[in-house]
Design a protein. Sequence first.
Length: 361
Amino acid sequence: MKKTLLTLLFASCFSTAANACTGITLGTTGNDHIQARTIEWGHSDLNSKLIVSPRDYSYTSTMPDQKQGLTWKSKYGFAGISVSDDRFIAEGINEKGLTAGLFYFRGYGSLAKYDPKDTANNITDMDFVRWMLSQYSTVAEVEAALSKIKIVTVYFDEQGNPSPTAHWRVSDKQGNSIVIEIMDHGKINIHKNTAKVLTNSPDYNWQVTNLNNYINLHPGISAPQKINGVEAQSFGVGSNFVGLPGDISPPSRFVRAAFYVNSAPVMKTSQQAVSQAFHILNNFDIPIGSEFNDKSHIPDLPTATQWTSVIDQGNGLLFYKTMHDSTIRRVDLSKLDFNAKTEHKQPLDNGKFSYQDVVVK
């Protein structure tokens, strides 16, 4: 791939206003595990595609100087959604129920220094998700394999600065879920995703600590009380969580997502949890224009939230809806041909605003 093309692709995937991603995890009394997330980019269409990758498929990671890095063969087939380049899987699930996704981590992620003389075990950060999905079935297997690779940047700018990177959420269908953050020039930090939420910067420990500022928030309605002789009562539902941050910054979205996950009703079935996940993530749809200081150029996009995905790990189902079409689509991994010789790639939608007329009978 020519450097100029890679520059454009990466700029569209990881720029300052990009990837205000919000991820949540839901469970059921039947021990179902649901991984859901949004992905944002407000400057142009990411041209995301549904990618179905078969077993025994060969991959090679291309280094920032276009040299070859790690080459490997897939053990498991997977379905995922790409961003900008068909190789760059942002979220996906494999046939064993392992899910992985990348979340923008600007200003905090710091990868190991790239050595062009030693690339045999190198993969780029944008290849990391497909590396995990194609080879491993559990979180423990992923953790054990991290020492075998070196994750490097996908791109250097003209001044030699590495492109901003990501952090990653990895979960298996047994209920194990971790956040992988690479900081301080290659130090790998692994956190159990106890909050069941992931957004962007700052780091995961900071985000969890910040929840201490919001322990006063509770679902429901505040009880009436007398204030200096005035009978005060709630105007309506939701007064117990006045102060819940509503802006689109990563810390605020983390708190808001944690609140909605914590206050979600008890769900018995995976279908209920999938539905609930879509409803929760509706709260994180970012209207186009709200993230721009300068309104002289606002792209022709209906929203910065380009797609929302929900994964039912136990049943091998990938659901998604897009900025153009709110119809929920379902990909059933049990019906995919993972013995194919090539990857299958298709657009998520037709790229146009879609609706269906109601027929009144």
